[in-house]
Ligand binder design. Structure first.
Ligand SMILES: Nc1ncnc2c1ncn2[C@@H]1O[C@H](COP(=O)(O)OP(=O)(O)OP(=O)(O)O)[C@@H](O)[C@H]1O
Ligand SMILES: [Mg+2]
Length: 416
């Protein structure tokens, strides 16, 4: 059984149905929660709304078939493909048995013929409960928060974060978000070749009314499937953030993504400190020149003070690594008193090609030494084996619709 309430979502322009389900939720004594009800016809369901449904990780989705049976069947198929344990309940006028069969094959668990009275609804939900996968806020695991920091400018942090996010997402198929906290110099969007419409500051400003829908409208989706919450374009906006606001938002984001990778600014600003306090793991990226190593040496005690588990959660990554460099990895470990967690090859060609094309190295240059190292790091971080299966081939009609509408959907969302 579930830890918390069974979480449901309804998609229906039918006010009576919406009221019945909301009424059932209110009277269920906390056993069923109606997370959201979308009062739209299926042909008007936006990409943002589809994304919101997925991100809310409901256990039950009620789909009104009356606006379009074909779209309802496609939606059921796409939702179940994206979240295999999801239980979909169709509601609408009587269906021909061949159409009903087709809907069941697409993943529908149950079809309720209108009018659906509250007792009928209650009976159906109770019948479905054993099929429902435990989800719910209480049972939901928080995502891993990975903060990346370098003690000296130009160490390769933004490049590493961007590429690791793409690779982690490819490996795991899990929702992965990059937060570019470098409010002054944020470059992740450039590295991904994106022009974000909104940013972290906009989200912080509206945090008092943030929900999954609003969150989705601030987040951009890259073609690789990685999501991005970017830094503001205008550095003067950066000063508006307080540590508490950043903390709140990071915590909220962890509830919505399996992996949250944070590109932190170099200074020990409030946002950087909040990121270190909350991070499960902190990755310190350095090159092996003396000024960088000296800066790392100075930064480690500060990091230790704010990280919850101290050096145990601090991982050193040597960037622009060359095996025959006069300073060996052993020298680095000895001078810093930290083991080297991983290395990233010095790979000017692949990195510059990536910068020029606005495509991550791992996407652009699959066989480069940099890609090889990012893959092994991503493997270590996720502790999964690389598979050649591209889990993202499972996109159906609605996901494609979302991809095509991605930018427009971001603009459409509610904001002040
Ligand atoms: N492994 C690598 N091989 C070759 N060039 C690299 C490598 N990693 C990063 N670079 C290059 O080094 C420069 C700095 O990289 P990047 O912007 O990722 O660093 P950063 O630490 O985020 O810098 P900043 O301090 O400006 O935020 C860029 O020109 C990038 O293309
Ligand atoms: Mg950077």
């Amino acid at each position: 059984m579930t830890n918390g309430p069974v979480r449901g979502i309804l998609i229906s322009p039918d006010a009576t149905l919406r009221e019945s389900l909301a009424g059932y939720a209110r009277g269920s004594g906390g056993a069923f929660a109606l997370l959201q009800s979308f009062s739209v016809r299926l042909d008007a369901l936006s990409g943002t709304q589809f994304k919101t449904i997925q991100q809310a990780t409901p256990a039950l989705v009620f789909v009104d078939f009356d606006s379009s049976v074909d779209l309802a069947v496609s939606l059921a198929r796409d939702l179940v493909k994206a979240s295999p344990g999801l239980v979909i309940v169709g509601v609408g006028a009587t269906l021909e048995s061949s159409v009903l069969l087709q809907a069941m094959r697409a993943g529908l668990s149950e079809y309720l013929t209108k009018p659906v009275t509250p007792p009928l609804l209650a009976e159906a939900i109770e019948r479905l409960l054993p099929k429902v996968t435990p989800t719910g806020e209480a049972g939901r695991t928080l995502g891993k928060m990975l903060a990346f920091f370098s003690a000296k400018g130009g160490s390769g942090t933004s490049t590493a974060v961007t590429n690791l996010a793409v690779e982690i997402h490819r490996l795991t198929g899990e929702p992965t978000l990059v937060v570019d906290l470098d409010a002054e110099l944020g470059e992740v969007s450039l590295l991904l070749g994106m022009k974000p419409q909104f940013n972290f500051v906009d989200l912080v400003r509206n945090f008092h009314r943030v929900d999954a829908d609003l969150l989705a409208s601030y987040i951009e989706q890259h073609e690789t499937g990685v999501h991005l919450l970017s830094a503001p374009f205008h550095p003067e906006k950066a000063t508006e953030l307080t540590k508490d606001q950043i903390r709140q938002i990071l915590q909220y984001l962890r509830g919505h993504y399996r992996y949250v990778l944070i590109d932190t600014p170099r200074s020990f600003s409030p946002e950087t400190i909040a990121a270190f306090e909350y991070a499960d793991e902190v990755f310190l990226i350095t090159t092996v020149d003396l000024p960088s190593l000296r800066n790392v040496q100075r930064a480690v005690p500060l990091l230790n003070r704010v990280m919850q588990r101290g050096t145990e959660q601090l991982h050193l990554i040597v960037n622009r690594h060359e095996a025959d460099h006069e300073v060996s990895l052993k020298d680095v470990e000895r001078s810093l008193g930290l083991p080297v967690y991983g290395t990233l090859a010095n790979d000017f060609e692949a990195v510059i090609r990536s910068v020029n094309s606005g495509k991550p190295v791992v996407h652009n240059d699959g066989k480069s030494p940099y890609t090889r190292d990012i893959r092994s790091l991503a493997n270590r971080i996720t502790q999964t084996e690389a598979t050649d299966t591209d889990r993202h081939q499972k996109r159906g009609l609605f996901s494609r619709l979302f991809r095509n509408r991605g930018d427009a959907a971001g603009v459409e969302g509610s904001r002040s």
